[in-house]
Design a binder for this molecule. Structure first.
Ligand SMILES: NC(=O)C1=CN([C@@H]2O[C@H](COP(=O)(O)OP(=O)(O)OC[C@H]3O[C@@H](n4cnc5c(N)ncnc54)[C@H](O)[C@@H]3O)[C@@H](O)[C@H]2O)C=CC1
Ligand SMILES: O=C(O)[C@@H]1CCC=N1
Length: 262
């Protein structure tokens, strides 16, 4: 059985594990290292790599990018020519990772988003080895849309479109709920209405496959209420989203420099 060792298994690591377990993966194929020892639901959790007492086939780097420089030498002790390193660290580029783990069989970058926990994630993948791509594709696809990227730039761009989006959508839902409360709705009803409206809209968009302009048109009666609302939203939203992604991209570049130690 393939042994997958998560070094750091917090919000994202445990979301990935949850998705794989829901998909029917064997819990015995996962071990999580958590310094706190707090168990990751459903899988063996240990406090250190030494305590795990196994030679993993895959090591998932699930700690914070800022920790890479300090933790890499210790992690590298467990890496052999059979080990695939899977990094979910934002910012840490392929060249940096190869520098820290020169003995690894291969290095794979993944930038998952939180809905991997319910198998509806977006997780761009980067690795130039076609054999490894074929080996890993079914495993990653259990968690959602998992495209192999041709370049670090493409990987980054998909990551910026999707990686933080659950947070942005959470803000969007909360803003609609607050606007509903401001119009006298009960808080619970406002939140449920906003959340279900976003879920239903995304579901419809995904299942119909139609262009977004067509979907919007089907809601927008000529000279009706949606048209009045869109005049306000359209004036701000594209620029706002662009500035949002630009800020995340700039921070990623800073993190990349921190992981390199430059
Ligand atoms: N949260 C998200 O939506 C996404 C996170 N990521 C990446 O995932 C990584 C983890 O992020 P989160 O899960 O959000 O953070 P988190 O803070 O929830 O998890 C980090 C985990 O690392 C553990 N840790 C700290 N020191 C350690 C050590 N010495 N040895 C082993 N484990 C140690 C912590 O106990 C914690 O469980 C980051 O590199 C981030 O860039 C990537 C995509 C999305
Ligand atoms: O905020 C972060 O740095 C991580 C990477 C993408 C989403 N969360």
């Amino acid at each position: 059985m393939t042994q997958n060792l998560f070094i750091g298994c917090g919000n994202m690591g445990s979301a990935m594990v949850a998705g794989w377990l829901v998909a029917g993966e064997d819990p015995a194929s996962f071990t999580a290292v958590r310094p706190s020892g707090t168990p990751v639901p459903g899988i063996r959790t240990v406090r250190s790599v030494g305590e795990a007492d196994l030679m993993p086939d895959r090591i998932v780097l699930g700690f914070k990018p800022q920790q890479l420089r300090d933790l890499a030498p210790d992690v590298a002790r467990w890496v052999t020519s059979r080990t695939t390193i899977i990094s979910i660290l934002a910012g840490a580029d392929m060249a940096t990772l190869k520098g820290y783990f020169p003995r690894a069989r291969a290095i794979v970058r993944v930038m998952p988003n939180l809905p991997v926990a319910v198998r509806r994630g977006v997780l761009p993948l980067l690795c130039s080895d076609p054999a490894l791509q074929s080996e890993l594709q079914p495993w990653f696809s259990m968690l959602g849309f998992a495209p192999w990227c041709a370049s670090e730039e493409e990987f980054g761009a998909i990551g910026f479109v999707a990686g933080s989006t659950p947070a942005y959508v959470a803000r969007f839902i909360a803003a609609f709920a607050a606007a509903g409360e401001g119009r006298g709705l009960d808080a619970g009803i406002a939140l449920t209405a906003a959340r279900e409206a976003v879920l239903g809209s995304a579901w419809l968009a995904a299942s119909s496959g139609e262009p977004m302009t067509d979907l919007a048109r089907r809601v927008t009666s000529p000279n009706g209420t949606t048209e009045a609302g869109l005049k306000v939203l359209d004036a701000e939203l594209p620029g706002l989203i662009d500035r949002t992604l630009a800020a995340a991209t700039a921070r990623s570049a800073e993190l990349a420099a921190e992981t390199r130690g430059s």
